[in-house]
Each structure stands twice: as structure tokens, then as C-alpha cells.
Ligand binder design. Structure first.
Ligand SMILES: NC(=O)c1ccc[n+]([C@@H]2O[C@H](COP(=O)([O-])OP(=O)(O)OC[C@H]3O[C@@H](n4cnc5c(N)ncnc54)[C@H](OP(=O)(O)O)[C@@H]3O)[C@@H](O)[C@H]2O)c1
Length: 324
């Protein structure tokens, strides 16, 4: 299907049922794109929220595809002019088999998607990377502002068994090399910790982090975390797509320590439990989203993000038993 004027507005979103991808599908549908969403188990109730989105009945088709299965990915991408590759495992706990559970789907899954894009003559690809591929590097001096020229240190990620960061770094590096080698037009967006309201009925790793703060625990590392709202992430993805951008873009809003974030939440919602102790860690890093902002990208306030997140968790019944 094409929009008026003959421009192909059919795009594919991989892993459409996830936290970020669900908001992306919602935004694309609102902009009259025709969306092919890949999911692994199309009959499952966990994708019902997608079918209820405005314009979904006319413009959204769900395709059964595993990114490790090239043919299934190609079937979903064929006929699309754009692809947003979002699917990737984001573990919320320690994984027992990192190669199978994280690295292979992130790296081989991305290669499959890009090869399918090339074969299907897709015009542009937006790849969702992460600051996990940018700033996990012990050798960056503290007075340096980390921008898109920085890469995470893969050996350090391996040594510290930070498999998700290793996988995102390897996947993005290979994706950008693939694009350079083949001429496939690709832009890579690197968000920080993504928070904000959930559309899906299952919880994802980054939302679980905020839920953990609200539920409280004995102790938590007082890490410095860069945050960005899910709605601002998807607006960055579509902005980069519609502007025909290439290269990398860091997508972050504000930084808080874990304690600072809990205190901010407590000032709005005093009746949740919150962590009791914090373990101090020295991980100060300064990052910049200036490049993305220069495209006109803007982000919400942290207050809006936190309130909308908590209200959505309440609505989903995720916090009931923890309130005083
Ligand atoms: N959330 C964050 O804080 C954050 C920060 C930076 C970057 N990111 C990136 O943003 C993207 C989305 O993250 P998210 O937070 O939205 O995570 P999420 O809710 O857990 O979604 C991940 C999606 O990946 C899909 N997936 C995993 N393995 C797959 C496979 N083998 N084949 C097909 N689909 C597969 C899952 O599909 P099923 O529904 O079939 O399970 C799910 O829809 C990821 O690329 C992540 O690295 C996230």
C-alpha cells in the first residue's frame, strides 16, 4: 500500500510487542504509516495492546518472525521501504547462557535483518542500539564528554561479564560496517535507560528497574544513570528516519544517581517503600545528545516521565500490594 503521491509508507518494526517498539508502532500508525510488526508468537495475548492501537485494524499486520530465522524476517520486510530494527533480548537478571540468550540474537539477529533489508531493496534502516555500545569503557577520562565517536570496550565488557553491553556493541559495530560495505542506508540511535508508561501487559527490564525502586530493597548500587522517556526515544527514531539521517545518535535526557532518582520519586510518591541502603560506586560519566538535539529533537521533563510511568504501573496492577 502507498500513501497519496505514490510514496511507499510501508515500514517494518522488529519485536513489535516490546516496550519501545509498541510506542514506535503507535507513533507510526498515528502518522499513517502502514506497519508490518514482527512478533514471535502472534496468537499470544501479550500482543493484544498492539491490535487495540488506533488505526491498527487498517494499517498494522503482525508477522510471525524470529530474528534468528532469516526467511521469517525477510517475509515481514519484503515490500517495506523502511525498517526499524528494535528486537533484541534485554535481560533483567543474570543469564546462564549469554551466547544463546543474548549475543546470538543481538548480533546474528541484526545481520539477518540487514541482509533481508538489502535483498528487499529497503531504502532506509533505523537500528536501535544503546549507550551500552557507547560508554562502557574504563579508560574514558572523567572530564571528557562522551559523544558518538566513543565505543564501549568489548574486552572490558567480556571481562566484567557484561554480556548485554558486549552484544549491543558488537551488533552495532557489525551493523555500521555492513551498511558501509553494502551501501545500505542506516542510522543508529543509542538511547540510555528508557522509562515511561508501558503499553504492553508484560514488564520489561528497564521498567522493572523503576518498579524495584518503588517496591524497595535492602541495598542497591548508587550508580549514575542517564534516563530518557520512551515517547522521546520513538520520536527520535522517526525523526532520524524521516530526515534520512545516517551514522550514530546518542539519545539521552537527564542523569540521576539511583539515590537521586529514588528521592525524586519519593517527593512525588512518598508512600512506596524505596531502597534502604545504597552502595557507593564511582561511575561518573558525562554524555551528550547535542547531535540529536541539533535535528530539533526535544525531550520531556523527568517529572512527567516518572508520573506517567508510575500511573501506568498502577493501572497495570503492578504496584498494588507494595503500597503502605
Ligand atoms: N529499555 C531500555 O532501557 C533500552 C535502552 C537502550 C536501548 N534499548 C534497546 O531498545 C530495544 C527494545 O528494548 P525494550 O526495552 O523495548 O525491550 P523489550 O520490551 O524486552 O523488547 C524486546 C523485544 O525483542 C524481541 N526479541 C527478543 N529476541 C528476539 C528474537 N530472537 N526474535 C524476535 N524478536 C526477539 C522480543 O520479542 P517477543 O515479544 O517475541 O519476546 C521483544 O519484543 C532493544 O534493542 C534494546 O537493546 C533499550
Amino acid at each position: 500500500m502507498t500513501s497519496s503521491g505514490g510514496v511507499n509508507r510501508k515500514v517494518c518494526v522488529t519485536g513489535a510487542g516490546g516496550f519501545v517498539a509498541s510506542w514506535l508502532v503507535k507513533l507510526l500508525l498515528s502518522k499513517d504509516y502502514v506497519v508490518h510488526g514482527t512478533v514471535r508468537d502472534p496468537g499470544s495475548q501479550k500482543y493484544e495492546h498492539l491490535l487495540k492501537l488506533e488505526k491498527a485494524s487498517e494499517n498494522l499486520t503482525l508477522f510471525k518472525a524470529d530474528i534468528l530465522d532469516y526467511e521469517s524476517v525477510y517475509s515481514a520486510i519484503d515490500g517495506c521501504s523502511g525498517v526499524f530494527h528494535v528486537a533484541c533480548p534485554v535481560p533483567s537478571t543474570v543469564v546462564s547462557n549469554p551466547e544463546v540468550e543474548v549475543i546470538e540474537p543481538a548480533v546474528k539477529g541484526t545481520t539477518n535483518v540487514l541482509e533481508a533489508c538489502l535483498k528487499a531493496n529497503v531504502e532506509r534502516v533505523v537500528f536501535v542500539s544503546s549507550i551500552a555500545a557507547v560508554c562502557i569503557n574504563p579508560n574514558v577520562p572523567k572530564d571528557k564528554v562522551i559523544d558518538e565517536s566513543f565505543w564501549s570496550d568489548k574486552d572490558y565488557c567480556k571481562e566484567t561479564k557484561n554480556w548485554y553491553c558486549f552484544a549491543k556493541t558488537e551488533a552495532e559495530e557489525q551493523a555500521l560496517n555492513f551498511a558501509n560495505r553494502t551501501g545500505l542506508r542506516m542510522v543508529s540511535i543509542c538511547p540510555s535507560l528508557v522509562l515511561g508508561p508501558i503499553l504492553q501487559s508484560t514488564t520489561n527490564a528497564s521498567s522493572l528497574f523503576l518498579i524495584k525502586l518503588l517496591k524497595g530493597c535492602d541495598s542497591l548500587e548508587n550508580k549514575r544513570r542517564w534516563i530518557v522517556d520512551v515517547r522521546d526515544v520513538v520520536s527520535a527514531l522517526v525523526l532520524a528516519y524521516e530526515n534520512h539521517e545516517e551514522g550514530r545518535y546518542i539519545c539521552i535526557s537527564q542523569a540521576f544517581t539511583t539515590r537521586g532518582l529514588a528521592e525524586k520519586l519519593k517527593s512525588i510518591y512518598p508512600n512506596y517503600k524505596y531502597p534502604i541502603n545504597y552502595i557507593e560506586v564511582d561511575d561518573y560519566k558525562m554524555l551528550s545528545s547535542e547531535k540529536l538535539q541539533s535535528l530539533g529533537w526535544k525531550c520531556r521533563t523527568i517529572e512527567e516521565t516518572l508520573v506517567d510511568s508510575v500511573e501506568s504501573y498502577k493501572e497495570a496492577g503492578l504496584l498494588q500490594s507494595e503500597q503502605f
